[in-house]
Design a protein around this ligand. Sequence first.
Ligand SMILES: Nc1ncnc2c1ncn2[C@@H]1O[C@H](COP(=O)(O)OP(=O)(O)OP(=O)(O)O)[C@@H](O)[C@H]1O
Length: 335
Amino acid sequence: MIQFDNVHKAYRVDGREIPALHPTSLQIGAGEIFGLIGHSGAGKSTLLRLINRLEEPSGGRILIDGDDATALDAAGLRRLRQRIGMIFQHFNLLASKTVADNVALPLKLAGELPRAAIDARVSELLARVGLGEHAHKYPAQLSGGQKQRVGIARALALEPKILLCDEATSALDPQTTAQVLQLLAEINRELKLTIVLITHEMDVIRRVCDRVAVMDGGTVVEQGAVADVFLHPQHPTTQRFVLEDEHVDADARQDDFAHVPGRILRLTFRGEATYAPLLGQVARDTGVDYSILAGRIDRIRDTPYGQLTLALTGGDLDAALARLNAADVHVEMLR
Ligand SMILES: Nc1ncnc2c1ncn2[C@@H]1O[C@H](COP(=O)(O)OP(=O)(O)OP(=O)(O)O)[C@@H](O)[C@H]1O
């Protein structure tokens, strides 16, 4: 488990302190995929890099599996970093070394295994990330997705317990992003690895994360299970992310709603309820008409969900609302 107790960080620039992370407490459970989302400058990289002490905290304590990572000597810090792998947006591979040599590097630096054992481990790692055929190529001969797979194999070389992903898919196209995220999810499941990833894309969080923290201005403004945070956002920053993700202009939407008669409500369905023929039944039974103003059906990890904004007119409105409230859906009155 990773635990932040009142951790804060300010950078010193030209004698001035620039706060990047305000006092923050959070816990990341062992074996979970935890996402940090925020716009540029929100403090995501700072928070991530504090975990393996690439950045020094200005105050507070960081516990990793109960050990105080803020009170380590040089040898302790080396051991900590061996337990924490990291991958980067621009892969950070050595251009002059082959794929196999890039992956072997941390093993050689650790100096604990003989050559033959290193070769065997590198083959195993490359097979795991689907690059068995590319061991002798150079990074320049690979696609972006393949380069990130090399980065992942290298990060796993010392069998870490934690993997930090710094915008690991931001340089990749959507299809390659999906494949790399799938690989991360597989690794998480099979190796029971804790993964902390930062991104500015909601879709990345939705596809793989168990929990998410939303950051703004150096503060975690909201955190929780991904479905709870994204389907029922409480903080204005999270609400803005959700609207941006749906390509909705909040003012334009208010204008649109002003022209629509009736009560406006938003329904959120999760799991099997997403596919139930509820609306048709309620409309038939109560005589209420509905028009769909906005809608989305998608998945958060493996759970389907639907969110519909409806205008209800005519019929027995109270009966319709009672039926909706009694069903396995979340009902929110917007007007
Ligand atoms: N080495 C540094 N020296 C001085 N200021 C820094 C340094 N690194 C980050 N900052 C500042 O700290 C704040 C948080 O930056 P950080 O990189 O953590 O944000 P971020 O959310 O990861 O942004 P991005 O998505 O652009 O990487 C910003 O105001 C940034 O300018």
